[in-house]
Design a binder for this molecule. Structure first.
Ligand SMILES: C[S@@+](CC[C@H](N)C(=O)[O-])C[C@H]1O[C@@H](n2cnc3c(N)ncnc32)[C@H](O)[C@@H]1O
Length: 275
């Protein structure tokens, strides 16, 4: 069987389409990625070939197909309590500091993937509440992603053993999950009702989301151009209440992208505070 090839022009046009839709920059040699991620859509949309699919996506005739193509091109790698220090800093420094304001605390997980990040945030809040009763009155978590498939997974809150084995301690598994009856586990209602899920393309305006005290924007900027990163970070600054915090992924930084934050070293880890 011959491998399906993608013509140079089709690849370039698809890269332009993808960056315009969601900011993801593929680079020059990711044809294999496009092939492996979009091929399943050929039969799902009853198309004749990958080339047919690419042409329809690029020409914009089929909205459902365009949305599915963007969804398929997202990388959704995630785990529970990823890098651990952001959740420790949240519990030990950020939440106690914000609690002094005596108003509801709002947290945004801006690229929530399959839910591990926002649910880890909810678990951190619940643990803080039981360790320091009376400290926190109300905490609200908004979780957004561009991928509808990921948002569906988030809302279901059901995870198999492989997903559960990545970053979750046995204690937290006992405390925050219940059996789903099919060998998988489901986040319990206490955790679930703290998080609201909604679609949000980080390329669009965030005005409808309201203001937040803490934003987790982790492991998504890496896919964007420097211009898009700057735009996202400046919009996030505008979405934070005075004194609000921004947390990035362990390999991400603000250098050369925005001057709206001051860097705070937490040992381990770095967080950013709105100036
Ligand atoms: C690698 S995951 C990161 C998940 C989580 N924040 C973490 O650090 O574990 C990246 C997520 O960003 C989302 N994403 C990519 N481009 C986006 C965009 N333009 N707007 C919103 N979400 C986007 C993807 O759908 C994916 O779920």
């Amino acid at each position: 069987m011959t491998a399906i090839t993608i013509k140079d022009q089709e690849y370039k046009d698809f890269c332009r389409f993808l960056e315009a839709q969601c900011g993801i920059v593929l680079g020059d040699s990711k044809q294999y990625l496009v092939r492996s991620r979009l091929s399943p859509l050929v039969s799902r949309f009853s198309l004749s070939s990958l080339s047919d699919l690419l042409q329809q996506v690029i020409s914009g005739r089929n909205r459902e197909l365009r949305v599915a193509a963007v969804d398929a091109m997202t990388t959704n790698e995630t785990l529970w309590f990823r890098d651990s220090y952001p959740f420790t800093v949240l519990a030990d420094k950020i939440l106690p500091e914000l609690a002094a304001n005596k108003r509801p605390i709002k947290i945004w997980s801006a690229a929530s993937s399959s839910g591990q990040e926002p649910y880890s945030l909810a678990m951190t809040v619940l643990e803080t509440q039981s360790r320091r009763p009376g400290l926190l009155s109300s905490v609200n978590i908004t979780a957004t992603d561009i991928s509808q498939t990921m948002l569906d997974t988030c809302r279901a809150g059901v995870y198999d053993n492989l997903a559960l084995s990545r970053g979750l301690s046995p204690e937290r598994r006992r405390m925050f999950f219940e059996n789903n009856g099919d060998g998988r586990m489901k986040v319990n209602d206490k955790v679930k009702r703290m998080v609201n899920f909604r679609p949000q393309n980080l390329k669009d305006s965030y005005a409808l989301l309201g203001k937040f005290d803490v934003i987790f924007c982790r492991n998504v900027l890496i896919y964007f151009s420097p211009e898009m990163k700057s735009k996202v970070l400046n919009q996030m600054a505008a979405s934070l209440n005075p004194g609000g915090y921004l947390l990035l992924g362990a390999s991400e930084s603000l250098t050369g992208l925005t001057d709206k934050f001051e860097m705070i070293r937490c040992n381990p880890g770095i967080i950013y505070k709105l100036k």
